[in-house]
Each structure stands twice: as structure tokens, then as C-alpha cells.
Design a protein around this ligand. Structure first.
Ligand code: CUA
Length: 345
């Protein structure tokens, strides 16, 4: 009797903790706290993934309850008792063996059918007239080109609400993985090969994304943002991006910054339309209109930009942007360069 009470007092907290664990894990998982989550779908594609997820979780919970229930029954019913005879040995049981072969086969089929159907659904050609975006992964930032609109930008992808977007994914160097958890699954960016993904965003907002394939020292610093905007906001953004970069007044600090920029090593790697044509680093033609710097790592403020130019490799491990001395800029020229770049709206 004493043994039985002890066993119960040990078993109950264990069972209680099993029940509480998922609740603890789910508690507080809000979009605000964890914006880079695939559990708050904001597109057709991520909605399908979420639906599949729920189906699979239901199956898994049912299987878990059955298996753990049988386990607990077996543990309690067949536990060792004082003076009990040694258990009977059993060798082979055809019925059981057939059952535990067929049961997993049925479970796998139940998992496979909705999974394969979802894969087919996401691999079809996109409906309607999609917006084309070409994404190129670089160590360690994302380039976004809109071939039909003649726009090249970096780290921030703008799309209109309810507009199907087809993304062609490439890489300039190593394998990266393009991933905006809120709207779609991961897709590898492979050198010399183009992958595709499409989705139709159904919620306005800014959604963070992340390279999801280890690609070197600053893999974790290879971030991006998806801006889902109203059609009017998107069209305004497109019109701004298509304009030639602003021309600063030559007598201002920004004008001085332009002269310094045009003579520095910056031009070997960066494009500013009409000024330089480098393609190794991000296109800076409209850098002043972006919210982030350095592959989405820092907010695009004059202070952060000055710090970034002063010591890029020190602020982002492995960054191939030159340190200040090799850029051909001095420390006291940085404010002018910053004023120029910030003026490029
Ligand atoms: Cu690019 Cu990880």
C-alpha cells in the first residue's frame, strides 16, 4: 500500500508537468514579441503551411495520447509487486507484429497525403499577373531587383497588398536561403541556379526575414525586411526609386560628400546612378530611403551610418567593405559622406 502511494506521488507531478509544458511554450508567443515567426501567416502560402502544420499537430497529439496512455497503463498494471512471480517470457506474436507494421504505414500515409498536396499547391505556376522580384544573396546582404520596373535595391523588399509576387532566387557567392517566415517557406539561393517561390501577402506591415542557410561568418547578420504596402504606397515607392538620385547642392555638406564619394574607393563596389557603377556592394542610389544599413543589421540613422563607414569589418564580422584607411577617406570626411548618402532618397 505504501509502495503504491509512493508511486502515485511520483507519477502525478510528472504527468502534470507533461500537460503544462506545451502551455508554457505557447504562452506569450505573440507576433509583437516574435515577429519573425511562421506561426502568424500573412499570405496564401504561409496559410497553407499553417493549415498543414495544424493537421500534423492534431495527428501527432492523437498518436502521442494513445502511445503514452498505453505506456502508462502498462507501467501501472504490470509494475513489479512484492512476491510476484517472474514475468512470463513471450517470443513472437504474429498479430502484434503485423499491427505495429501496418499502424506506422497508415500514420505515414496520413502525414504524406496532406504534405504532398501542399507541396504541389505551392509548386504550381502563380495565378494572375505576378510582380516579378529577383533576389540575389550576397555575403551578407540581400539584393532585390524588380526587372519589369527597373529598380535595384537592398535589404528591403517592397510589395503591394494582395499582389502575387514571384521571387527568382539566386546567389552571387555561396549558398544562402531566402526566408520570410510570415509569408513563405525557405528557398535556397544557389550560385549558378535560379530557384523560385511565390506568395500573395494578405496583411499590411513590415515583416523581418533572415538568411536560413549557414553562409559564413556573418550568416546571422544577413537580415532583410518585407514591406507589404497599399497599392498607392507601393506605387509611390516605385516612382521614387525610378527617379535619378537626388543631386545635392554643391555648396552644402552633402555636395562636398558627393565629391569625396566620387573620388574614394566606394565607387569600385557601389552603384549610385550617374556617379558610380560598382556591383559588389549594395546599390546606394536611394540609400537614404531605406530604414536599415549593413544587410538589415543597423537602423539607417546618420550616427549609425557614420559608425558603419568608420569601421565596417569591426561592426559586422567578415564584412568585405574596406576599413576606412583603404576607402581613401579620412575620419573628418565621414560627416560629409553621410550627409550625401542620407540625401539619396
Ligand atoms: Cu546567407 Cu546565411
Amino acid at each position: 500500500m505504501q509502495d503504491r502511494t509512493n508511486a502515485r506521488t511520483r507519477l502525478l507531478p510528472f504527468l502534470a508537468s507533461l500537460a503544462v509544458l506545451p502551455l508554457l511554450l505557447l504562452a506569450g508567443c505573440t507576433r509583437q514579441e516574435y515577429p519573425q515567426s511562421s506561426l502568424h501567416p500573412t499570405s496564401d502560402y504561409s496559410g497553407w503551411i499553417q493549415h498543414l502544420n495544424v493537421i500534423l499537430i492534431v495527428w501527432v497529439v492523437i498518436i502521442f495520447v494513445i502511445v503514452q496512455g498505453l505506456l502508462i497503463v502498462a507501467v501501472v498494471k504490470f509494475r513489479a509487486r512484492p512476491d510476484a512471480p517472474p514475468p512470463r517470457h513471450v517470443h513472437g506474436h504474429t498479430g502484434l507484429e503485423i499491427a505495429w507494421t501496418i499502424a506506422p504505414a497508415i500514420i505515414l500515409a496520413l502525414v504524406a497525403v496532406p504534405t504532398v498536396l501542399t507541396i504541389w499547391k505551392t509548386q504550381t505556376l502563380p495565378p494572375g499577373q505576378p510582380l516579378k522580384v529577383k533576389v540575389v544573396g550576397h555575403q551578407w546582404w540581400w539584393e532585390f531587383q524588380y526587372p519589369d520596373l527597373g529598380i535595384t535595391t537592398a535589404s528591403e523588399m517592397h510589395v503591394p497588398l494582395q499582389q502575387t509576387v514571384v521571387v527568382d532566387i539566386e546567389s552571387a557567392d555561396v549558398i544562402h536561403s531566402f526566408w520570410f517566415p510570415a509569408v513563405a517557406g525557405k528557398r535556397d539561393a544557389v550560385p549558378g541556379h535560379t530557384n523560385h517561390i511565390w506568395f500573395t501577402p494578405d496583411s499590411l506591415g513590415t515583416f523581418p526575414g533572415q538568411c536560413a542557410e549557414f553562409c559564413g561568418l556573418s550568416h546571422a547578420n544577413m537580415r532583410m525586411k518585407l514591406m507589404v504596402e497599399t497599392r498607392e504606397d507601393f506605387d509611390r515607392w516605385v516612382a521614387d526609386q525610378k527617379q535619378a538620385p537626388a543631386e545635392p547642392d554643391s555648396t552644402t555638406l552633402a555636395g562636398e560628400g558627393k565629391r569625396i564619394y566620387a573620388q574614394a574607393a566606394c565607387i569600385a563596389c557601389h552603384t549610385v546612378e550617374g556617379v558610380s557603377a560598382g556591383v559588389i556592394g549594395p546599390n546606394l542610389s536611394h540609400i537614404g530611403s531605406r530604414t536599415t544599413l549593413a544587410g538589415g543589421l543597423f537602423p539607417n540613422t546618420p550616427d549609425e551610418m557614420a559608425r558603419w563607414i568608420a569601421d565596417a569589418p569591426g561592426r559586422k564580422p567578415g564584412a568585405i567593405m574596406f576599413p576606412l584607411a583603404q576607402l581613401g577617406i579620412t575620419q573628418d570626411q565621414i560627416p560629409a559622406i553621410v550627409a550625401y548618402l542620407q540625401s539619396l532618397k
